[in-house]
Design a protein around this ligand. Structure first.
Ligand SMILES: *Cc1c(COP(=O)(O)O)cnc(C)c1O
Length: 362
């Protein structure tokens, strides 16, 4: 049975993307590589919807988050971190390691942040240099209002740093139009690739801050990425870059905005179908739900751990446990990447069957 990953990354990888990576690597400073990276750069700009360059970094998503913290701020800078989930908490921890002065704005897990709370904090303290936010909080299924947060930064000094690692290609994010300063994405989410690449872009406003800050990272130095563009400052993951080219081909064939729409439709479909059989989405307001993952309480009398085990044993379907306060109480059904209604339909059928089985054997 194939690996059926209903997880929010790693997402399932189409065969053509896998095969594209199984080629002899070329030299990473060759003219051929330069052409490939230029083409990739053009497509990524279309996805990010910006004129700014997009850099390709060799790391998991967290490395992209760390690079933003290390480059955009200096020790003692006051920043707001929006914290309403596992990845928001990760930004808090990263900022603390890099000795930033963190002001947290939180909301309960399962609810979106109240942007007015952020505005009040900004008004109360004009020295705040930046806001960190996770757009699609993958731990809870929540979507935070990045567009409004960006508006708050326009007439202030603060930079908006967005973890769009699971949001890019699943949610609209016109970087330049909205005026976002740093956008971070990763290969193993909407790009349907194995883990290993981060993509990030930096606004002019953010570059000014980066240039005036002392270097605090060598490997993740934004300045070095810019100096070497379109090539990488150190050895890139050449095989993954071949895969990326195929990923971009597939995404272009479908159309970037169609890819986003597909994710939104699949998310609505999963939630409404499972609600029909007694599941409850922990994100009550539909407009607060992201299209990466649905976090659902199981029907009365159905133990989520048993359900996950049966799905795995019978169908090789992986759905994951909740995180934080949701641990042991929910299933997290990921539907990012190569997922459409037909694909998730069979998973939903399997879930219904196993739910009935568990109810009959209570
Ligand atoms: C997957 C993900 C990350 C990065 O996790 P890695 O394991 O480091 O790749 C960060 N933020 C969000 C919102 C994610 O979904």
């Amino acid at each position: 049975m194939k690996n059926r990953l209903a997880t929010p990354g790693p997402a399932m990888v189409p065969n053509s993307i896998l095969l594209a990576g199984a080629q002899e690597p070329i030299h990473h400073r060759s003219a051929e590589m330069k052409t490939i990276m230029e083409e990739i750069g053009t497509d990524l700009k279309d996805i990010f919807q910006t004129q700014s360059d997009i850099y390709v970094q060799l790391s998991s998503g967290t490395g992209g988050m760390e690079a933003a913290v290390a480059n955009c701020f200096q020790p003692g800078d006051r920043v707001i971190v929006v914290n309403n989930g596992y990845f928001g908490q990760r930004f808090v921890e990263l900022c603390e390691i890099y000795q930033l002065n963190v002001v947290q704005v939180s909301s309960d897990w399962g609810t979106a942040i109240n942007v007015d709370d952020v505005e009040n904090k900004l008004d109360a303290d004009p020295s705040i240099k930046g806001i960190f936010v996770v757009y699609s909080e993958t731990s809870t299924g929540v979507l935070n209002d990045v567009q409004r947060l960006a508006q708050l930064c326009h007439h202030r000094n603060a930079l908006l740093i967005v973890d769009a690692i699971s949001a890019l290609l699943t949610q609209p994010l016109p970087m330049e139009l909205w005026g976002v300063d740093v956008v971070i994405a990763a290969s193993h989410k909407g790009f349907m690739m194995p883990p290993g690449l981060v993509f990030f872009s930096v606004s002019e406003k953010a570059w000014k801050a980066v240039e005036s800050n002392p270097e605090r990272s060598y490997y993740f130095s934004y300045r070095r990425f810019r100096q070497f563009y379109p090539l990488a400052p150190s050895s890139p993951a050449v095989s993954l870059i071949f895969s990326l080219r195929e990923s971009l081909n597939l995404l272009k064939q479908e159309g970037f905005s169609n890819v986003i729409e597909r994710h939104q439709n699949v998310a609505k479909f999963v939630s409404s179908e499972l609600e029909k059989i007694g599941f409850r989405n922990v994100v009550e307001r539909e407009s607060d739900r992201n299209s990466v993952i649905s976090v659902l309480e199981t029907p009365q009398g159905v133990d989520p751990a048993k359900l996950r085990k049966l799905l795995s044993e019978n169908y090789n379907i992986t759905v994951t446990d909740g995180q934080g306060p949701f641990k042991g109480k929910v299933i997290r059904f990921g539907h990012i990447g190569a997922m459409d209604k037909f694909e998730v339909g069979s998973y939903l059928r399997a879930i219904e069957e196993q739910v009935n089985h568990l109810k009959e054997n209570q």
